[in-house]
Ligand binder design. Structure first.
Ligand code: CMP
Length: 154
């Protein structure tokens, strides 16, 4: 099974959408392997957003991500990185498809509520950056028998 790192960004925390966002992923059938609130600092953000460091919006992006705590989640499922990217919608939230998290709850390109790992390799790096081994839980999700065919999980 693959894992992806999700952040409910400061605007999602402020707007009281933490529960709604977790609820969507739980109802989809994803396994929550880690969950915590954390304040992001410069060192972490420089690494996290290294691919954006030359973009004109980098300074504002960092200031925004440091403005309030975020809620970090580690979610697991089959092809979960792609699945979650579909569930959150495109970056520019006002153009995101209705039914996606951004499409249903946000209007801005910066204040777009949520971060999700871009691909499986980045997901691994983000997991290592954010989660200590003791914060990752390998609990057995009993309803997997009703979410996947046994063959799909192997
Ligand atoms: P995300 O795609 O999760 O990761 C990069 C973030 O930078 C993006 O969400 C937005 O929050 C922010 N971002 C991207 N493009 C812009 C932009 N043009 N102006 C301001 N913020 C942006």
């Amino acid at each position: 099974m693959e894992r992806s790192v999700i952040l409910v960004k400061p605007d999602g925390v402020q707007r009281g959408l933490i529960g709604e966002i977790i609820r969507r992923f739980e109802r989809k059938g994803l396994r929550l392997a880690g969950l915590k609130m954390i304040s992001l600092d410069d060192a972490l953000l420089d690494e996290w957003y290294a691919h954006h460091k030359d973009k004109p919006f980098f300074g504002k992006l960092k200031a925004y991500m440091k403005s309030y705590p975020v809620v970090a989640m580690l979610l697991e499922g089959l092809d979960v990185v792609v699945t979650i990217r579909k569930m959150i919608g495109i970056t520019k939230a006002r153009e995101a498809e209705p039914g996606t998290i951004r499409g249903d709850f946000a209007m801005s390109q910066q204040y777009n509520l949520i971060h999700a790992s871009e691909n499986a390799e980045i997901a691994k790096r983000e997991e290592e950056l954010l989660f200590d081994k003791r914060e990752i839980f390998e609990w057995k999700k009993l309803d997997y028998d009703h979410i996947y065919l046994e063959d799909e999980r192997l």
